[in-house]
Ligand binder design. Structure first.
Ligand SMILES: NC(=O)C1=CN([C@@H]2O[C@H](COP(=O)(O)OP(=O)(O)OC[C@H]3O[C@@H](n4cnc5c(N)ncnc54)[C@H](OP(=O)(O)O)[C@@H]3O)[C@@H](O)[C@H]2O)C=CC1
Ligand SMILES: Nc1nc(=O)c2c([nH]1)NC[C@@H]1CN(c3ccc(C(=O)N[C@@H](CCC(=O)O)C(=O)O)cc3)C=[N+]21
Length: 297
């Protein structure tokens, strides 16, 4: 058994984006317009702004139309809901992403519920979450779908494998568990109340860590030969004064000698999230127009 492979999410994501770009060109020929993605950013969080900018750039590189809507922190809930209604009705817009988290005075659930499920490229709407849960065709959250693509690429058939997902958020942990169940894994979902997380993780052939705690998962927790997907994006102080660096939820340097394969941070799951967002936008555009989406996406 080979040990210690680093899964190149950046490379895989570039391949997926190239495939999406081909589908986008075919869509544009058939529909007479490009697929469009609208991104709504509320407030001035600099990290979110960087992320939104890089999404916009990659959207255009894939041949799609990018619409960005920046609104101040002070925006009222009604005004935000009005904007979403406009985007729901705008035929040039196939996908709507509202960057989370939203300011505390805005009801996140109400905003997500206002998005047309057919344009919900984040897959956060209850209609899409429900379809995923019962195994119907749905728009699936980008990060877990990206994780699943990397796992299938590395392992092939996942059926019968023990999977442990750490984290139970609606945007990562829960949909990840649903997808792994769909692949016939035996799925355990761990969270902050889980007792003896180390021994729960030690059962797993597949570990997906989506916690938001820097390097919380230790190397010795990992069963030898397991495949580890590190979703965490944590900014920590770097050695050089005043600088920061990104680390995941897994202590990668320790884990590497235990794993079959592991995703790095950065360059693992993060780039996949954006590539799947573009994929979902193309899929939504095709569905709205009654055009077959390209195979294998
Ligand atoms: N790469 C990417 O594209 C993306 C990365 N992320 C990153 O993934 C991480 C998780 O994101 P998200 O799901 O939104 O986070 P949330 O904060 O919504 O959820 C975190 C989960 O971790 C659990 N948890 C917290 N502490 C512990 C602990 N000590 N032991 C076990 N479980 C614990 C929580 O449990 P409980 O429910 O009991 O509180 C919760 O279920 C973050 O680092 C985020 O930045 C997120 C989205 C996309
Ligand atoms: N409605 C909504 N949908 C989201 O999908 C969503 C969101 N809100 N809010 C924030 C989180 C976070 N997220 C990331 C996506 C890509 C990278 C990414 O590309 N990261 C690079 C590094 C980037 C860097 O260097 O800063 C990497 O991991 O290699 C990171 C984080 C999506 N999110």
């Amino acid at each position: 058994m080979t040990i210690g492979k680093i899964i190149d999410g950046k490379l895989f994501a570039a391949g997926l984006r190239a495939q999406v770009a081909e589908g986008v060109a075919a869509f544009a020929d058939a529909a007479g317009r490009k697929p469009g993605l609208a991104v709504v950013l509320v407030g001035e969080d600099p990290a979110s702004a960087v992320y939104v900018r890089s999404k916009g750039k990659m959207t255009v590189e894939a041949g799609m139309e990018s619409f960005e809507f920046k609104r101040p922190d002070s925006i009222g809930q009604e005004d935000l809901l009005d904007l979403i209604e406009e985007l729901n009705e705008d035929d040039r817009v196939d996908g709507i992403l509202v960057q989370l988290p939203l300011p505390a005075h805005i009801n996140e659930a109400a905003v997500i519920a206002a998005i047309d499920p057919a344009k919900d490229v984040d897959g956060f709407h209850i209609a899409n979450a429900g379809k995923l849960a019962v195994g119907e065709k749905a728009l699936v959250p980008c990060t877990p779908l990206g994780c699943l693509m990397l796992l299938k690429d590395e392992l092939g058939d996942l059926s019968g494998l023990e999977a442990v997902v750490i984290g139970r958020s609606n945007i990562v942990g829960k949909p990840m568990a649903q997808l792994l169940l769909q692949e016939s894994c035996t799925v355990t979902v761990a969270h902050s109340r889980t007792k003896d997380l180390a021994s729960v993780v030690h059962r797993a052939d597949i570990v997906v860590a989506a916690v938001g705690r820097p390097e919380m998962v230790k190397g010795e927790w990992i069963k030898p030969g397991a495949t580890v997907i590190d979703v965490g994006i944590n900014r920590v102080p770097a050695l050089e004064e005043g600088k920061t660096r990104l680390v995941g939820d897994v202590a990668t340097a320790e884990a590497i000698s235990h794993v079959r394969a592991i995703t790095p941070v950065p360059g693992g799951v993060g780039p996949m999230t954006i590539a799947v967002l573009l994929r979902n936008t193309l899929v939504a555009a095709c569905a709205r127009r009654g055009i077959a989406a390209p195979d294998g996406l």
